[in-house]
Design a protein around this ligand. Structure first.
Ligand code: NDP
Length: 240
């Protein structure tokens, strides 16, 4: 039986590349998205991958959605927590709403989705969870206290859940991308982006497919000895 994978935010950007990489590995993929129906429908038509709309920041919606996916294609073996948003501002301008929304979606989404899928993986004694962190959660970033805190939290979440999953055959890892050529980065002002690229030793933005390869390794059968680790894929911009 093909493994079943859920990729949150799996219809565009890095998530789209991850959905395609897991499909290439023979998995049945369910790609989640938040609201862009046109993009999701076009993606589904192009790839044959089923798409499902729900808000990963909504605990009950995650419970319902996983039941829906499982009824359609079977028990979930692989979860990639990729959905993420930014609401950037300096501390002086950041509102409580901007803080709450980024924590709710980026970090709360990981908890909500793990709550909905971890028990089944534990019961079946096999699972793969990959959480998408960020260079900005590792190194911090001016104007992103909310996003950096959420992403940094994801790295701690990964290591803690890895300890709980290990003896049940469940691995939990993180991939921390540097700056990748997606809509999220297209929203960064050109002059700021130019300065960022100048600090990347390989001298360019990354491609979504380059992140997807790392995620695919953690999701593979052969990835079973890697758990609680973070793979940084950032063109050498942050090394430690
Ligand atoms: P995009 O903005 O291109 O795509 C985001 C995806 O997440 C979309 O599919 C979107 O759905 C979905 N999404 C957003 N909010 C929710 C929500 N509440 N519930 C469900 N789905 C949601 O993002 P990227 O591909 O650039 O980023 C993917 C991940 O990688 C994020 O976690 C991001 O923080 C991280 N990352 C990205 C970097 C980059 O340089 N791009 C660098 C480091 C980390 P819809 O299409 O419906 O809006």
């Amino acid at each position: 039986m093909a493994r079943v994978a859920i990729v949150t935010g799996g219809t565009r950007g890095i998530g789209e590349a991850i959905s395609l990489a897991l499909q290439d590995m023979g998995m049945t993929v369910a790609a989640n998205y938040a609201g862009d129906d046109a993009r999701a429908n076009a993606f589904s038509e192009r790839t044959g991958i089923r798409t499902y709309k729900w808000d990963v920041g909504d605990f009950d919606a995650c419970q319902d959605a996983v039941k829906r996916v499982e009824a359609d294609v079977g028990p979930v073996d692989v979860l990639v927590n990729n959905a993420g948003i930014t609401r950037d501002a300096t501390m002086m301008k950041m509102t409580a709403e901007m803080w709450d929304e980024v924590i709710r979606v980026n970090l709360g989404g990981c908890f909500n989705m793990a709550k909905a899928t971890f028990p089944g993986m534990r019961e079946r004694k096999w699972g793969r969870i990959v959480n998408i962190g960020s260079i900005n959660g590792q190194a911090g970033q001016y104007g992103q206290v909310n996003y950096a805190a959420a992403k940094s939290g994801i790295h701690g979440f990964t290591k803690a859940l890895a300890q709980e999953g290990a003896r049940f055959g469940i691995t939990v890892n993180a991939v921390a991308p540097g700056y990748i050529d997606t809509d999220m980065v297209a929203a960064v002002p050109a002059d700021v982006l130019e300065k960022i690229v100048a600090r990347v030793p390989v001298g360019r933005l990354g491609q979504a497919s380059e992140i997807a390869r790392g995620v695919a390794f953690f999701c593979s059968e052969e990835g079973g000895f890697a758990t609680g680790s973070t793979l940084s894929i950032n063109g050498g911009q942050h090394m430690y």
